[in-house]
Design a protein around this ligand. Structure first.
Ligand code: HPA
Length: 267
């Protein structure tokens, strides 16, 4: 097996096409914690391929992350790669592992990637638990970057304005905000949450930013959506709990699934 992450993604894409019996795909969706129950609404399942069948993937460690790629045909006839689970930096497999799914999707022909996540809300004044928020921009505080070398990639518009406008045509009630990523796996301290509010963050999580950078490097359009599953630590007084994050996802699955299904057919 190759050591080069881009070559490895090409090999995974070839294996994925063979397993799905398809030559190309239109869109990839990465389902974060809380979003997996929404996947059922996107369309009809054509194939399900466990991550472990494809070069460079490993089974995710987190409860609520399924660990397979579902190939879906939407009502409108599009083919979507739905990643049920993702690799996180805190799992310790390195940044190439975190972005391998996005690179594989790009190598398989996808032009658009939808990155979803569960996030703590930094603005409880205006955000409700269970609300989806469009990601307008990010602050990468993970300390790493998926690109090595002298590719000085422009990140002026990581999250496509056109795609955000398209989603708002479907649901005008959606707010947008700046997503901040920490490495995790600890949740934040109340002092960190206060700092992030001062820095201009609106949501806090442990994923998405590295995948978004890798997607832009590959020339993909990126749509990012956070599901606010809890107020950031210290903003509501209650301790944070991963089970609560998953429960909010289960409770909002129908709304999230219908939203994604409509988005995918209008891309
Ligand atoms: N912090 C970081 N990640 C998260 C949170 C949070 O409060 N909620 C869901 N994912």
């Amino acid at each position: 097996m190759t050591n080069d992450p881009y070559t490895l993604a090409g090999e995974a894409a070839a294996a994925l096409k063979a397993a799905a019996g398809l030559d190309t795909f239109d869109v990839a969706l990465v389902m974060g914690s809380g979003w997996v129950p929404a996947a059922d609404a996107i369309g009809a399942t054509v194939a399900e391929i466990p991550f472990t069948d494809l070069p460079g993937f490993s089974a995710p460690a987190v409860a609520g992350h399924g660990g397979k790629i579902r190939v879906i045909r939407t009502d409108g006839g599009r083919h979507a790669l739905v990643f049920l689970g993702r690799s996180h930096l805190y799992e310790g497999r390195g940044v190439d592992s975190v972005v391998h799914g996005v690179r594989t999707a790009a190598a398989a022909g996808v032009r658009t990637v939808v990155l979803t996540n569960a996030a703590g809300g930094l603005r409880p004044e205006t955000q409700k638990v269970g609300d989806p928020v469009l990601i307008s921009d990010h602050i990468n505080l993970t300390g790493v970057n998926p690109i090595t070398g002298t590719t000085f990639l422009d990140l002026t518009e990581v999250y496509s304005k056109r795609l955000r406008e398209l989603v708002r045509e479907i649901d005008p009630s959606l707010d947008e905000g700046v997503y901040v990523a920490f490495r995790g796996p600890t949740y934040e301290t109340p002092a960190e949450i206060r700092m992030l509010r001062t820095l201009g963050g609106d949501m806090i999580g442990m994923s998405t930013v590295l995948e978004a950078i890798a997607a832009r490097e590959a020339g993909l359009d990126v749509l990012g959506v956070s599901l606010v599953t809890n107020p950031g630590a210290g903003l509501a007084g209650d301790p944070l709990d991963h089970e609560e994050v998953l429960e909010v996802g289960r409770a909002t699955a129908t709304r999230m699934g219908e939203l994604l299904a409509k988005v995918v057919d209008r891309l």
